[in-house]
Write a new protein. Sequence first.
Length: 210
Amino acid sequence: MDDDHGLAAARVFDALGAEYERAFAGSATHHASLRRLLEQLAPHSRVLDVGSGTGRPTAQALAGAGHDVLGVDVSPVMVELAAAQVPDASFECADIRELPLEEGSFDAVCVYFSLLQMSRDDQLRLLRKLGRLLVPGGHLVVATVPVDAEDVGAVFMGQEVRATSFGAEEFTELVAGAGFAVLWEQAGLFTPAHEAAVAEPQLFLHCRRA
């Protein structure tokens, strides 16, 4: 595992804090993805939110619907904001790659744009780990920026970052190769509500543990 990537992500999102929520929480596709997941979850499902950020909109929507939500984020600032904004969910400041969690203990896992600062190998390893954390037939919702880029430097909302991703077809194959059946996908462009942001492609996948 690349510990530097986790530390870098923590620094970036500590600096962004609530700015990230203001920029991205209004995504119509993100909200549509959450509605789709909520329609499929049994009452009082156990949900893991990977890269939970400020807790909004993901943890807030899930906890508000009566589900048991654990949010995990590497940024102490984000975890503090999330705990204050979504008191009905639980949050932990940790690197999900290293956090010991019981296998088969979640009904669903959400991974909204939290793979981008991991290496390609770590993305695959994490997806496989998340599959083990799910009950058989459990739900995975994952979103990424589908571009072919490996450890590329960029400026994100005024912060210097290094990002790694896959093209849309390659990312879908990665998820399937990690043991998931991809049941639904939605792609489009989204422009964050931030003066330093630019339009970016986004890909949302809804999957089940095979």
